[in-house]
Structures are given as C-alpha cells and as structure tokens.
Design a protein. Structure first.
Length: 147
C-alpha cells in the first residue's frame, strides 16, 4: 500500500471516529476538526501510534457527512431491509455507513471498489465478519444507486 493510500485509510478511520464523537457529544465542527488535527492525526496516544492521515481528505469526509447528513440518511434508510430503521443501527456502524455513502456520492475521484473496500476494513476494526458483510451489502446497494 502506498503512503498516500495509507494516509487515506488513516483519514477514513479518523473520520468515522470524529463522526462518532460528534454524534455522541455534539462537539461543534470547528472544535472537532481542530481536536483531531492537534491530537489524533499522526499522534501517539497511550503508546498507540496513529498513522499520519491525509488531513484534507479527513476534513472533507467529516464536513461532507455533516453537511449532507439528511440526504445520506435518506439514501441509507432506503437500502435497509424492510422494517429496519437507522436508529436501530449501532452508532459506530452508522458512522461507517454515512462516511462510505458520502464518498460514493461526492468523491467521484475515489473508485467505487476502493471506497467500499476501505470502509469494509474500518468495519473489521470494530465488528466481526457478519457486521462487516452488512456494511458491504449496504454500501454496494448505495453505489448501484448513485454511481
């Protein structure tokens, strides 16, 4: 994996973490971005070295998801199995789906397979194979609808 690809992967993981923090604590966007720029992206926390992340890409994903959350959630809700609602989805899982959907909607420069595969990797960091498969299925359905 190239350094740029690693930096983008780190940016995606950090974006999901930032979106989760925003969802749980309603951290204002400017403070949220600043906190991640200063303390998370490429930092060392409790002996864990965070990979250097592509800051502009991180900012775009976080800002884009928050700016287009209504549109993204409507799209996601339409791809869930009958009877499922976004409120039932684990909060971390929902941020993974939102970030992946944003990239599929707004980042034509990112190939479909790359976007889905990257968020599948993020899902594997938090969940077992069954949940990761769910992310794959939903993002694949989103991709078919928007690309």
């Amino acid at each position: 994996m190239s350094a740029r690809a690693q930096a983008r992967s780190a940016a995606r993981l950090a974006a999901v973490q930032a979106l989760y923090q925003h969802a749980m604590e309603a951290t204002p966007l400017a403070r949220l971005l600043d906190e991640f720029h200063q303390h998370r992206l490429g930092a060392e926390i409790e002996d864990d070295q965070y990979l250097e992340a592509e800051t502009a890409f991180f900012d775009d994903v976080v800002q884009g998801v928050l700016a287009r959350q209504g549109e993204i959630d409507t799209l996601l809700a339409g791809k869930l199995a009958s009877g499922w609602k976004l409120e039932r989805i684990d909060k971390t899982m929902l941020q993974i789906l939102r970030a992946g959907t944003y990239e599929l909607l707004a980042r034509a420069d990112v190939p479909t397979g790359s976007a889905i595969g990257e968020y599948l990797d993020v899902a594997h960091a938090f969940f077992d194979a069954k949940e990761a498969k769910f992310v794959n299925g939903v993002l694949d359905a989103v991709a078919k609808a928007v690309r």
